[in-house]
Write a protein that binds this ligand. Structure first.
Ligand code: ADP
Length: 198
């Protein structure tokens, strides 16, 4: 089995690459999805968020993630408290997913903040998707994001240099989606499949 981290800045093409890997036969999970599961209604993570932040972060019985994001964005202590609730639970969910792997599985873990969380060592292999910054902005604008949001997110993320420095492979997504798929297929066939077989 092989546990692969897939990182890259916002708009670089990570989700597209993850989708390509899934079509080739990988199991794909996403750190953001685990972070949502960690505080889902009915979990003890949910109860801890309620205890720490109160009713104002609840909307129709669920956690109002937008409201929570607003609070922690402007309050460092609140951000740390929320991370202390979410982080260990994400770790546990990830560990469970790894424990459930079969011998010939390849798990792709989509983790935007790999550099920022210092978790690269946990993986057998690290892939980063990199793309020209103007192309990334154009793709995200097309998806309906505002330029102010895009630039704020980009500024809060690690640099291309920092991601590339911890990566075993770099996928460059400056061409069309076919060229992206070809790189993913090539990495799958010539590196990941052979490595997963030991
Ligand atoms: P990320 O997950 O890194 O934020 P996505 O995979 O969601 O990036 O890609 C951002 C947007 O750009 C999506 O709408 C996606 O369909 C589009 N996209 C990604 N790669 C390409 C490409 N090579 N050519 C055209 N559009 C692309």
């Amino acid at each position: 089995m092989l546990v692969v981290a897939l990182t890259g800045g916002i708009g670089s093409g990570k989700s597209t690459v993850a989708q390509n890997f899934a079509e080739l036969g990988a199991l794909v999970i996403d750190a953001d999805q685990l972070a949502r599961m960690a505080i889902e209604r009915g979990t003890d993570g949910f109860a801890d968020v309620l205890l720490r932040f109160g009713d104002e972060v609840i909307l129709n019985g669920d956690i109002d993630r937008k409201k929570l994001a607003e609070i922690v964005f402007s309050d460092e202590k609140a951000r740390k408290d929320l991370e202390a609730i979410i982080h260990p639970r994400v770790q546990a969910l990830f560990a469970q997913a790894v424990a459930d792997l079969e011998l010939d599985d390849i798990l792709i873990y989509e983790i935007p903040l790999l550099v920022e969380t210092g978790a690269a060592e946990k993986f057998d292999y690290v892939v980063t998707v990199e793309s020209d910054i103007e192309l990334r902005k154009a793709r995200l604008l097309k998806k309906g994001l505002y330029i102010s949001q895009i630039e704020k997110r980009m500024a809060s993320q690690a640099s291309e240099e920092a991601r590339t420095a911890i990566a075993d492979a770099v996928i460059r997504n400056d061409g069309d989606e076919d060229s992206l798929l070809r790189q993913v297929e090539n990495l799958w066939e010539s590196v990941l499949l052979p490595q997963s077989l030991g």
